[in-house]
Design a binder for this molecule. Structure first.
Ligand SMILES: [Fe+2]
Length: 240
């Protein structure tokens, strides 16, 4: 009887621990294509989401060293900065998307916008790639690309152009805008989330994304991204 009570107490403590751990996890987005929606409670910090693959999974196209810096240092720093900036404010209770939208419309919240948008953009970027990805897609995605760009080759030309002509830091995006696929580019932390277009896939063209592996040869990184990394399954999910 004594043992049963102890076991009961032990399992209750364990259960409470699991509940507390679950409550501390505030998922970064309510975009179901990235993460399931989980309601967060009061005073829960934004967290760095796990990568969808191992840190060396994109070798030889993106090195583990790049992932260690890009994900482990840069992405992580945006999460830390965001938590510090919103701590004790109403924004700490909002979802990441809400924080991005509210801060994008308020010039006094530029720091919050930059960090929150960079948290979201990077999470979306990791999911936009996969090992053995890239090349010409198939199925509905290919049909849609051919319908809206004329051909896959035209899509490649336009996407490369967006990536190479984005002056300085930023992003190239494949988006769905009014039912049509379009390619856009944004500077710094800017994101299509603040527009009516729906992001389908993105490529980070900040130097920190490619400099360790490609130095200043951004076009080589873009070629590799298109030929070996694009996660067309993710695009297909987002198109649904
Ligand atoms: Fe980045």
């Amino acid at each position: 009887m004594q043992m049963s009570k102890r076991k009961l107490l032990k399992s209750s403590i364990l259960g409470l621990g699991i509940l507390i751990a679950a409550c501390k996890t505030k998922f970064l987005t309510n975009n179901s294509s990235i993460k399931p929606t989980i309601k967060k409670g009061v005073n829960m910090a934004f967290q760095l989401p796990e990568l969808p693959y191992a840190k060396n999974a994109l070798v030889p196209h993106i090195s583990e060293n790049t992932i260690n810096f890009h994900y482990g240092k840069h992405h992580n720093a945006y999460v830390t900065n965001l938590n510090n900036l919103v701590a004790g404010t109403d924004l700490a209770e909002k979802s990441l998307e809400e924080v991005i939208k509210i801060s994008s419309a308020d010039k006094t919240k530029a720091g919050i916008f930059n960090n929150s948008a960079q948290v979201w953009n990077h999470t979306f970027y990791w999911h936009s790639m996969k090992p053995n990805g890239g090349g010409k897609p198939s199925g509905e995605v290919l049909k849609k690309i051919e319908a809206d760009f004329g051909s896959y080759e035209n899509f490649v030309t336009e996407f490369k152009n967006a990536g190479t002509t984005q002056f300085g830091s930023g992003w190239a995006w494949l988006v769905l805008d009014n039912g049509k696929l379009k390619i856009t580019k944004t500077g710094n932390a800017e994101t299509p989330l603040t527009t009516s277009a729906k992001p389908l896939m993105t490529m980070d063209v900040w130097e920190h994304a490619y400099y360790l592996d490609y130095q200043n040869a951004r076009p080589n990184y873009i070629d590799t991204f298109l030929n070996h990394l694009v996660n067309w399954d993710f695009v297909a999910q987002n198109l649904k």
